[in-house]
Design a protein around this ligand. Structure first.
Ligand code: MG
Length: 488
């Protein structure tokens, strides 16, 4: 059976409506209501929306794409017609966060539903894993892929992993049936005779970075031909979907782009008025369109939830080759909004009402609880999770359960958002500021009135600060940071 039928839920719900004693008069009234279409059809429709059959799940994760880089998030010249259509057919979330402003911790949090310091997948000194790192995502962590696999899903990881490249840390050891991609960032393993500094990125060539391309646990190409990465990731994704059309699947498609060095395949060269960065994002956009179109062709679109997001904000020091956070402040590496708020779209025809925009709070960590809910899995009870079920938001049934966001840079708590208020206890710009600046009292912004974090209103809001300080105390009381895997 491909999808579990919902009749069990309908039956148990119908039983609730039955009278305590089988009175004839009551039955007659019930039958009349059913015949008149008053009771049964709305109840059925409502229950279907509340408990849809477990869908296929696809997460498309861009690398270093900024909040302002999509047409549907306001970019004036970058053309993203496929993502714009995805948003028009789905739900756009304007206050959705990654758990960290850099790659490795962001990805660990996405797959585990936990702040990176709980798994040790962060560091104050080495921000991400490097090719000489000995650590990776610990076996003791429960990944989304492991849970979905246990619940009958075929699972594939395609693209950038960055949670440990040694065999014991690879996707195939963390719940994915298969892996195809570059196990860390595409700017690592720079060769000795490549141009120094930024020069290598101006006219990048694949041979400047000796990064491996892997299939499962084998290196199949080195250096990876980076001009073909987005195209080959897409081809692999389409093949996986076709091959698993008759069973439930989970696809984690984590693009290496638009992280520098920027590469695109020949059909996308010199196409975008936004320049090389635009070409690269436009190829990611086209790739997303191909995935959605295949789902439509295979008539899987109404049985598949697709999430599009980015791992962290734009890498601003790369100037034109970095993206844009739009009106948000700063970018990758910082806990100002531009570092962690992501352009996010959820798409599920027939379940998600098309064309909605929501300012409800959400986090990539929430995919963990949301996908548990959708596949009928129990959340693990033996660990602290930082994950909230977002199905009420997706299905238009209510507000987000998430009210608070904790912003970490490595192991340091930098800021806390509660409702529309964000208190910064420390701030540090992405680059060029050697140490964090401490703020006592914290600086406070109302992010819905002041999304660019310009006007400190702490002096006028002592009660808000008191509430946030209390939240911090409760949060820290049950915090048990794990040893850093990134410093091994
Ligand atoms: Mg990144």
């Amino acid at each position: 059976m491909r999808h579990r039928p919902t009749t069990g839920h309908l039956w148990s719900a119908a039983r609730i409506h039955q009278p305590a004693a089988g009175s004839v008069a009551w039955r007659g009234r019930l039958l009349m209501l059913v015949a008149a279409g008053v009771l049964w059809p709305p109840a059925t429709a409502g229950l279907r929306a509340q408990t849809p059959a477990p869908p296929n799940l696809i997460v498309i994760y861009a690398d270093d794409l900024g909040y302002g880089d999509l047409g549907c998030f306001g970019h004036p010249t970058l053309a993203t017609p496929q993502l714009d259509r995805m948003a028009a057919e789905g739900l756009k979330l304007t206050q959705f966060y990654s758990a960290a402003p850099v790659c490795t911790p962001s990805r660990a949090a996405l797959l585990t539903g936990r702040l990176p310091l709980r798994s040790g997948m962060c560091s104050n000194t080495r921000r991400v894993l490097f090719p000489d790192s000995k650590g990776g995502l610990p076996d003791s962590e429960i990944t989304l892929a492991e849970v979905l696999k246990e619940h009958g899903y075929a699972t594939a990881c395609i693209g950038k992993w960055h949670l440990g490249h040694l065999p014991q840390f690879l996707p195939t050891r963390h719940g994915f049936d298969s892996y195809f991609g570059v196990p860390y960032s595409n700017d690592m393993d720079r060769v000795a005779d490549a141009p120094k500094g930024r020069a290598a990125f101006q006219e990048p060539r694949s041979e400047y970075w000796n990064v491996p391309l892997m299939r499962n646990e084998q290196i199949i190409e080195r250096p990876a031909d980076q001009t073909t990465l987005t195209r080959r990731y897409t081809d692999e994704a389409l093949r996986f979907i076709r091959e698993h059309r008759d069973r439930r699947f989970f696809l984690y498609l984590a693009h290496s782009m638009p992280h520098v060095p920027l590469f695109r395949s020949p059909p996308f060269a010199d196409r975008s008025v936004r320049g090389l960065y635009g070409d690269v994002v436009e190829e990611v956009d086209a790739s997303t369109g191909q995935v959605l179109e295949l789902l439509r062709q295979l008539q899987l679109d109404r049985q598949t939830l697709v999430v599009f997001c980015s791992d962290n904000g734009p890498w601003l020091i790369f100037n034109e080759q970095g993206g844009s956070a739009g009106l948000l402040r700063d970018g990758k590496g910082s806990t100002w909004e531009g570092g962690v708020r992501e352009p996010t779209i959820f798409w599920w025809p027939g379940q998600i009402e098309p064309g909605r925009t929501s300012a409800e709070l959400g986090s990539t960590m929430d995919l963990f609880a949301t996908m548990h809910k959708l596949c009928g899995a129990e959340l693990p009870a033996d660990r602290v999770l930082d994950s909230y079920d977002l199905t009420p938001v997706l299905l238009g049934q209510g507000a987000s359960h998430r009210k608070t966001v904790f912003y970490y840079r490595g192991y340091q708590l930098m800021a806390v958002r509660h409702g529309p208020w964000k208190a910064h206890f420390q701030t540090q710009a992405s680059y060029g500021q050697p140490a964090p600046m401490r703020h006592d009292p914290p600086i406070l912004y109302h992010l819905e009135r002041d999304p660019g974090e310009q006007w400190d209103v702490a002096a006028q809001q002592p009660d808000v600060l008191a509430t946030i300080r209390q939240l911090v105390a409760e949060h820290q009381a049950r915090l048990q940071p794990a040893e850093s895997q990134l410093e091994k």
